[in-house]
Ligand binder design. Structure first.
Ligand code: 7TS
Length: 407
């Protein structure tokens, strides 16, 4: 299937915005949803909406089978050994907070180190800042190279025997950098630290195999890969999850409840307090089927072509700076002369082109880039070269509109 055929499977993309065909270039914020996912959600609510893991009635049994079936799809998708290692969460943010609050609380003490990078999304900074503050630990940053990549020499220098947790994004949502996770994980393990990975921008775009990555935790979100909002997953190595305390207490996650003491269900349910995100998980499963059927070789190849074509088309634009390395996932973040990124995005929106402008939840990275904000085009399976032509033409219009800036 080519991108034009794939695009037809996304009903939302077949519309006009401000009198122009919609060109959606904001998939790093959230992707659009294929008809297969929309129908799966519709089917759940029309045919078998029920709570899970309780009662014996027929609808409840179907819902439970579908919900747990989705967990199995996540397991297979990541190449984890057991479904016990897959915890459903609201998304990447809650998954990383679970690691920081549960594993972090029990394993980090005063003077210990937590190591991250300046390119992280806020979701992979603040949970560790908070943990470091609670424990009197030190939050350390692996410095970046000038092109926004990580040098393993710096990793070796930053991680020490005092490091307890290393947490790094697999793919940058701003620069598109693909980080050498398996190498970083080896260095973390050599020093006795565990390796957590923010996979929000990798799982939708490149093949993920947690065994090849060699990580202990991997967090990602369904909504960036064709799934519904409000659902994601945390993979955790079983030996670690088994010893971790739940952080959400209440229904669903308990085994026995007494007046003064209670015990928890086994993995992974002890981490899923309350009625779970049932429809979300089932829709997430359908999204995993969808991207897996397309195949990650094809997805990676397609995004590489889009990135190469972007560099080719945008190279002609004077005053346009593209941030990040040449070798990257499907993200192109840029600055157009002195024009504020919000103005660029507004002109593009008038043309029906959706890009994101702002700090992209990566303020430390903006500081490192020495900008307050940038504009960003991010691609997915449904984007075509025509979309990039529209972007390039839209940027020419923006330049004309703010002409005096360039004179
Ligand atoms: N980590 C990375 C690398 C991300 O790109 C995002 C969301 C998150 C974590 C948080 O994911 P959530 O599903 O828990 O919200 N990134 C973006 C973005 O780039 N623009 O909007 C959201």
């Amino acid at each position: 299937m080519n991108a034009k055929e794939i695009k037809k499977l996304f009903p939302i993309l077949d519309q006009q915005v401000n009198g122009n065909p919609l060109v959606y270039l904001d998939s790093a914020a959230t992707s659009q949803k294929p008809i297969q996912v929309i129908e799966k959600l519709d089917d759940y609510y029309r045919r078998y909406n029920s709570n899970v893991h309780r009662g014996v009635h027929t609808l409840g049994t179907i819902a439970t089978d579908e919900y747990e079936g989705a967990r199995e799809k996540v397991r297979a998708f990541l190449n984890a050994d057991e479904v016990a290692e897959i915890v459903f969460t609201r998304g990447t943010t809650t998954a990383l907070n679970l690691v920081a609050q549960s594993y972090g609380n029990d394993h980090v003490s005063e003077g210990d180190e937590i190591v991250i990078t300046p390119m992280e999304h806020h979701s992979n900074i603040i949970p560790w800042q908070q943990l470091a503050k609670r424990k009197g630990a030190v939050l350390k940053y692996i410095p970046l190279q000038a092109d926004g990549t990580i040098d393993l020499v710096d990793v070796e220098k930053t991680i020490t025997e005092r490091t307890k947790i290393v947490s790094v994004m697999h793919v940058s949502n701003v620069l598109g950098t693909i980080n050498p996770i398996s190498d970083i994980a080896k260095i973390a393990h050599k020093n006795g630290a565990i390796m957590a990975v923010d996979g929000a921008q990798s799982a939708p775009h490149i093949e993920v195999d947690i065994k090849e990555l060699g990580c202990d935790f991997f967090a990602f979100s369904g909504h960036k890969m064709g799934g519904p909002t409000g659902i994601g997953a945390l993979y955790g190595r079983k030996e670690l999850l088994e010893k971790m305390e739940p952080i959400d207490f209440g229904g669903e996650m308990i085994d026995f409840v007494g007046l003064h003491d209670s015990t928890w269900k086994e993995l992974p349910w002890k981490f899923e307090g309350g009625t779970p995100i049932i429809a979300g998980a089932i829709g997430f499963g359908a999204a995993i089927d969808f991207v897996s059927d397309l195949g990650f070789n094809e997805i990676e190849q397609h995004e590489k072509e889009l990135v190469d074509y972007s560099f080719e088309r945008l190279a002609d634009l004077k005053d346009l700076t593209i941030f990040g390395p040449k070798e990257r996932a499907g993200v192109v973040t840029f600055q157009l002369g002195d024009v504020h990124p919000h103005d660029v995005a507004t002109v593009l929106d008038a043309e029906g082109i959706a890009v994101r402008a702002g700090h992209h939840c990566a303020q430390p990275l903006m500081k490192w880039l020495n900008v307050v904000a940038t504009a960003r085009a991010s691609y997915y399976v449904y984007n075509t070269k025509e979309d990039i032509d529209a972007l390039a033409n839209g940027l020419v219009k923006a330049k004309e509109y703010f002409g005096d800036v360039f004179s």
